[in-house]
Design a protein around this ligand. Structure first.
Ligand code: SAH
Length: 614
């Protein structure tokens, strides 16, 4: 009888009780000298013969086992970790079967779990990942093509890579191409549970660099996935209070925004995929319009008077269009309507067998890349991401700004920022708004930012341009309360607002809504002003305004006219902000401005440096 015994990951007291007993009883031990801790051999009896398999062929190993068997000796074949993972036990078992020798297996603690212990992590963190992929990068030992890292990466779950430390440049590229966001946390665990154990935390985008910096070439496990964040700030995202306050303030802290999605399909197979996606996306809170393919299903005729009309309509009404079709159909259909990457909806194409999901338009600001990854998660397709920052693992400022609800004022400078980061240059960052989370790689704040040519300024004040090339990002946090005489022209209203904003040092883009009293529901100038600013106009009744808490200036005339003593200040504060500009009078117009509190977050975007700006 041959006993295959798992030795555990390194520390000698991590072998199982059964394994230790068999070692004590063994007459012959064959151990994998390159990985098994030799201290385990101290269990052996003085008469025991020991072989190091590191220098032996399979045939030689099996010969030792056969000899032991013939002489009636107890033989242990000692493998590192658990023998079932990359232990090459199958070939030994086949050889033993061929000569009729019996064997059994004693499990061991895999280095997979030694690494989890070193990381103090839960691989299957609720709400983050409920699966663990155990794999390796293809090197001299091939990996079946269907298990290519880029395919497995599409699941976005926790992943452990054995035997891959020398192959990280390629592995990293595949992991990114497959769908892990560049800033996904990663770790290299060297010699878990050995005295010289070391843990290096990085991101998927910096894996290869990290291994190089620390000179790690072997005996290490690579772990990737958001679960690695389980203990840190990330858990705050799952704290209902945190996410609530934040969502109320911005509606944008989530990696994924609620979107209205229009889906089109052209074949029966495409329709069934469209249905599956619609269900999955609806389950995540998106509003999905499946009417086009459903009409195809119910009456069997083309659902489109004209596909182009459908696309025009969907372009103006939806945040995202999903074509279950060839890319060619999608590209030809949307071509006339695609105009601006800052405004166009996300357009995504997925083949009807759900192998590849390709964001065609608005990958960053429109959220097509993120949505493609979501879709990949729903149906197992591989996301085909082509935006330069993503494929290079570089911080995408436009996408981040969109997710944080920031207005991006300078498109050319946004390009300068992306280019600088892609060229490996440092981009400065100043912010008058509190930032939380780790600063993405390539950004610098404080003194380090002083020498940067290109930089990002996050402020409510558009006059701030601290860098030679400054990308200004403005939080939309201002509520403008406004009142006017009936029939006031929009130009006058706009001029008054500009003055008020400049007195409060606020960029026009900081305005997120106009609020006035409901008797103004048909006040064309105010409605038009909302359109010019691209913000909603909200109406409050006199009772609602009267109930807004706070101390406001009061006018008997206004009270007599509309039933509440002050319109503009109360309206400015009606959605919860704090007054920063009290009633400012212009001829026939009054304006007041309130600001909402805001915080911005890099959580989930990168883990390389701790942010301490602003
Ligand atoms: N059966 C073993 C794996 C053998 S393959 C187990 O279950 O752990 C050898 C690979 O395992 C190494 O290249 C490395 O990736 C990983 N490995 C083994 N011991 C390790 C340890 N103590 N710390 C980190 N990785 C280890």
């Amino acid at each position: 009888m041959i006993h295959f015994v798992g030795a555990g990951p390194g520390a000698p007291d991590l072998i199982t009780v059964r394994g230790a007993r068999l070692l004590k009883e063994a007459d012959v031990i064959i151990y994998a000298g390159s990985l098994v801790n030799p201290e385990l051999l101290e269990f052996r009896k003085p008469t025991c013969t020991v072989f190091d398999s590191a220098s032996m062929t399979l045939e030689e190993t099996v010969q030792v086992m056969r000899d032991a068997q013939e002489r009636g000796l107890a033989c242990v074949r000692l493998h590192t970790g658990d023998p079932s993972l990359y232990g090459a036990i199958a070939e030994q078992m086949t050889a033993l079967d061929a000569v009729g020798i019996d064997y059994d297996v004693v499990p061991g603690v895999s280095s997979l779990f030694g690494a989890a212990a070193a990381l103090k992590t839960e691989y299957t963190l609720p709400g983050v990942s409920q699966s663990l992929i155990v794999t390796r990068a293809a090197g001299r030992t091939p990996v079946p093509d269907r298990e290519r890292l880029s395919f497995l990466a599409a699941h976005g779950c926790t992943m452990a890579l054995f035997l891959s430390t020398g192959l990280l440049a390629k592995a990293q590229t595949e992991l990114l191409a497959g769908g892990y966001a560049p800033q996904t946390p990663a770790a290299i665990v060297y010699r878990a549970t050995w005295p010289d154990e070391a843990v290096y935390r990085c991101t998927v985008a910096t894996l290869a660099d990290c291994a190089k910096t620390h000179g790690i070439t072997k005996t290490a496990l690579v772990i990737v996935g958001d679960a690695l964040d389980g203990h840190g700030e990330r858990s705050k995202l799952y704290d209902p209070e945190f996410s609530h306050g934040y969502r109320a303030a911005h509606g944008a802290v989530n990696q994924q925004r609620t979107q209205s999605v229009s889906v089109v399909a052209f074949t029966a197979r495409g329709l069934s995929l469209a249905r599956q996606l619609a269900e999955g996306l609806a389950g995540q809170g998106h509003v999905v319009d499946l009417s086009a393919p459903m009409r195809l299903a119910t009456n069997g005729v083309s659902p489109f008077g004209n596909l182009s009309d459908w696309a025009r309509d969907a372009f103006s009404r939806s945040d995202a269009l999903i074509f279950v079709s060839a890319c060619g159909i999608a590209v030809r259909t949307i071509a006339p309507y695609a105009t601006d990457k800052f405004r166009d909806p996300a357009v995504i194409c997925i083949d009807e067998t759900a192998r590849f999901v390709t964001p065609l338009l608005s990958g960053h600001v429109g959220g097509a890349n993120a949505l493609a990854r979501t879709i990949a998660g729903l149906c197992g397709a591989q996301p085909v991401i082509t935006t330069a920052t993503d494929v290079n693992g570089v911080f995408a400022v436009d996408e981040w700004a969109a997710r944080q609800g920031l207005a991006l004022l300078d498109r050319v400078e946004a390009r300068h920022v992306a280019t600088a980061l892609l060229e490996g240059k440092t981009v400065g960052l100043t912010s008058t708004i509190p930032l939380e989370g780790p600063l993405p790689q390539g950004l610098a704040c404080g003194e380090e930012a002083d020498s940067c040519e290109v930089g990002i300024s996050i402020s409510l004040d558009a006059a701030l341009r601290p860098f030679a090339a400054t990308l200004r990002l403005v939080p939309r946090v201002a509520t403008v309360g406004i009142g006017c005489k009936r029939g006031t022209a929009v130009d006058e209203l706009e001029a008054a607002l500009e003055v008020a904003l400049s007195e409060a040092h606020l960029a026009r883009e900081a305005v997120r809504e106009l609020v006035t009293i409901d008797v103004k529901q048909d006040e064309l100038g105010i409605l038009e002003l909302g359109k010019r600013l691209g913000v909603p106009v909200r109406f409050q009744s006199a009772e609602q305004l009267a109930a807004v808490p706070g101390s406001f200036s009061s006018s008997a005339f206004v009270k007599e006219t509309v039933g509440v003593d002050n319109v503009c200040e109360r309206a400015a504060c009606a959605t919860g902000g704090t007054l920063v500009l009290g009633r400012r009078r212009f001829p026939g117009i009054t304006v007041a401005i309130a600001l909402h509190e805001t915080r911005l977050s890099f959580v989930g975007w990168s883990r390389d440096k701790e942010a301490q700006c602003g």
